[in-house]
Design a protein around this ligand. Structure first.
Ligand SMILES: [Zn+2]
Ligand SMILES: [Zn+2]
Ligand SMILES: [Zn+2]
Ligand SMILES: [Zn+2]
Ligand SMILES: [Zn+2]
Length: 721
């Protein structure tokens, strides 16, 4: 293939970009589905341009009189698409060297005729008239007859590697289909007016001929220039209909709303750039599967598809626009609505408003009412006889000499037992540097305070508690210039070192972790509100907390601005599970005993104890049980003594011996966080609005994928049973 060096180079660059073998494999898989547009830029010959009459005469004379248009086009394009095969065929037709034979119906041309016949005859279209095919001919002889027609057609189209003098001219160049590209027009998505109060009236075109915009359209990963964009208009309801949205008078007079159409086939992503949904879906999928930043995706697209001409080149703003436009439709379709926002919003306002309408406070709609075999178990009643054993013993850690009794009876009549896992991952966007303030920065580029605190302290020295006026162009007063310069020097050094990722929350310190005498930020306490820290950089949201089912379905997420405190976790759980009926039986949290303590202290345990138990993860439990009675008594993730038959079930090992095992797999949350962590470097640079939108849409997208995978596994399981 002539385009492959460009192509391979693009793949290579891409792989070095993602630095991750798994993701690289994914990219290769993705690329297999993309046609090679860049090939059109290398050394091609124009599409054969003979008079139509000549072509039509040839078809009439050589093929069946009832041949269909489809068959004629299949034959024509099969010939123009296979220049390389025609070169091989043509060369073999003429003997040149000793030992060669001149073959008219070479096996090359017959190999082309056979699938054409198979394809068209399957649809009932026979290429040759019955009269042309004597009854005693076998199938291969008919193929040879068709092959010779193809040979003649190729020669008429001048797709033959010999010149008039009969000299071999070498390999035929691939044939460009650019000259026969259809003309595309981008039209409204609707055919008639869709306003409820209106009749389904026809839609006159509202664009004046001299005002028709000519844009670039990327469709099927190919680029088309000078495409017209047309709009329709209903004079009754004053709605303008476009391909990707409708502009309709809002309830406030003089204002307009923009309805983002989920059914749109084309989306506008730049001033004069439109793309099809395949393009935008690929962007969303790329962000999801490769943690691709808009910059990385832009580089990928421009490398592979737009390397030589500027047409079809995209900017990272346009890729972000494509992501937002597609994700808005994805989220709105899940809610069964078309998103309606005020017209003419800036893109960062669109994400903010879209999250407000479709974000559901961090609840993942796709997970609503979800239950599967992995995250629920049939209810088992505890028996009384086994309670004598050490109640702090736990499965997986203390297997010693425990008699394994019969598996507990399943009670079908009782509701199944459900578990969720709560976990946090340190990442967040910038917020105001003023202590305890969590507001958005007034100036996302370089500012450190929110609008209020910028107004109060922006002109002052940013060193803790200093009230001098700052020197223009710096963030410190005359006295503190040394400190400011040291900060600048350190920042440069940090940038050179690249960013270091925190593997585990570094500023987290709990009793079961190794003593770390750092002065950590106090949890659940009011800190005083003096400016007691230097404010050269903005603060950051502390962590993202997720609730996830053992099967990987994400239930909800939340941001904790300052700490992953038990109070924050309890508030999050109350928000996600407002009614008792919805509450899971077991909530696995790595600091469950602290959450339990807070819950008892603030009185909420009275209600929680009716429905749920907070259990810890095994890692925490083995370190903590020795010193903490509450933890030992209430938070054991898998008691060996049989008091929690719903957490421990009986399995059989390879030798057929019974053993006890955890009923729920809590790995899913760790896997989720490992994947989520891949977005950290993209997310931390985002404004709060974009941060919320990207994170929420990715978690929804992820959950839809997990559910799809489950369905697939179930279906294949049914097939083999
Ligand atoms: Zn109307
Ligand atoms: Zn599940
Ligand atoms: Zn502030
Ligand atoms: Zn100062
Ligand atoms: Zn504990």
């Amino acid at each position: 293939m002539t385009g492959s060096p460009v192509f391979l180079c693009a793949i290579y660059r891409l792989i070095s970009m993602v630095q991750n073998f798994h993701a690289a494999l994914g990219i290769l898989v993705l690329l297999l589905f993309l046609p090679l547009v860049s090939a059109s830029q290398v050394n091609e010959r124009a599409f054969p341009d003979i008079p139509f009459k000549e072509f039509s005469y040839f078809i009439e004379k050589n093929f069946s009189s009832s041949i269909s248009l489809t068959s004629v086009l299949v034959i024509l394009f099969s010939v123009t698409e296979n220049a390389q095969l025609l070169s091989l065929h043509g060369r073999q037709q003429k003997k040149k060297f000793q030992g060669e034979r001149s073959t008219s119906a070479t096996s090359w041309i017959r190999a082309l005729a056979r699938p054409i016949r198979r394809r068209l005859e399957k649809g009932g279209d026979y290429l040759l008239d019955q009269d042309d095919v004597p009854t005693n001919q076998d199938d291969e002889q008919i193929t040879v007859a068709v092959a010779m027609k193809l040979d003649q057609l190729a020669k008429i189209l001048d797709l033959h590697p010999y010149n008039n003098a009969g000299n071999f001219t070498g390999k035929l160049k691939p044939i460009s289909h650019k000259d026969i590209q259809p003309v595309h027009v981008i039209c409204p998505d609707a055919v008639t007016c869709e306003t409820m109060a209106c009749k389904p009236r026809s839609l006159p075109m509202s664009t004046k001929i001299r005002d028709i915009p000519l844009v670039t359209l990327i469709k099927g990963f190919a680029v088309y220039d000078n495409v017209q964009v047309l709009a329709g208009y209903c004079d009754m309801c004053k709605t303008t209909y476009y391909a990707d949205h409708e502009r309709t008078p809002s309830s406030q007079s003089g204002q307009f709303d923009k309805v983002y159409l989920n059914s749109a086939q084309y989306l506008k992503i730049g001033h004069s750039l439109w793309v099809d949904r395949e393009f935008t879906s690929a962007v969303m999928s790329g962000v999801y599967h490769f943690h691709a930043s808009t910059a990385a995706y832009t580089a990928f697209w421009n490398n592979v598809f737009a390397s030589e001409s500027s047409s079809g080149k995209v900017s990272h703003r346009q890729i972000w626009q494509a992501f937002v436009q597609e994700s808005v439709r994805f989220m709105a379709s899940m809610s069964g609505i078309n998103l309606t926002l005020p017209d003419n919003l800036r893109i960062d306002e669109v994400t903010k408003e879209a999250y407000y309408v479709l974000g559901e406070g961090g609840l993942i709609r796709a997970a609503n009412g979800h239950a599967c075999e992995e995250c629920t178990q049939k209810y088992r009643r505890a028996s009384n006889q086994e309670v004598d054993h050490d109640q702090s013993a736990t499965v997986g850690m203390d297997e010693a000499n425990v008699l394994i009794g019969e598996d507990h009876d399943v009670e079908e009549s009782t509701a199944p037992v459900k578990m969720v896992v709560v976990d946090g991952i340190v990442m967040g966007h910038s917020i105001c540097a003023y202590p305890q303030c969590t507001s958005e920065l007034a100036n996302a580029r370089g500012g450190v305070y929110c609008a209020l605190h910028e107004n109060m302290f922006g002109a002052m020295c940013h060193v803790a508690n200093c009230i001098n006026v700052k020197v223009e162009g710096t963030l410190a007063c005359q006295i503190h210039q040394g400190k400011w310069n040291r900060y600048l020097k350190n920042r440069r050094q940090r940038n050179l070192n690249g960013f270091k990722r925190a593997v585990r929350r570094s500023d987290d310190s709990w009793p079961w972790m190794e003593a770390n005498q750092q002065n950590t930020q106090p949890h659940d306490e009011d800190t005083d509100t003096r400016r007691d820290r230097d404010a050269f950089v903005p603060s950051r949201i502390y962590c993202v907390e997720t609730i996830c089912a053992p099967c990987g379905v994400v239930v909800a997420w939340a941001k904790f601005a300052k700490a992953e405190s038990p109070t924050n976790i309890l508030q999050f759980l109350d928000h996600v599970y407002p009614v008792d009926e919805s509450r899971p039986d077991y909530i696995c949290i790595d600091k469950a005993c602290l959450v339990l303590r807070s819950s008892i202290a603030n009185g909420s345990w009275q209600r929680w104890s009716q429905t749920s138990r907070f259990i810890v993860d095994s890692y925490h439990y083995t370190n903590h049980r020795a010193t903490d009675v509450l933890c030992r008594t209430w938070c054991n993730p898998a008691p060996l003594n049989g008091v929690a038959p719903n957490l421990v079930i009986r399995g059989t090992n390879n030798d057929g011996d019974p053993y006890q095992k955890h009923a729920f797999n809590t790995q899913a949350c760790e896997q989720l966080n490992a994947w989520l962590g891949g977005f950290e470097s993209i997310l931390k640079r985002m404004t709060p609005g974009n941060f919320n939108w990207l994170l929420h849409t990715m978690l929804c997208y992820h959950t839809v994928h997990v559910l799809k995978r489950q369905k697939h596994t179930q279906n294949s399981a049914h097939m083999y049973n």
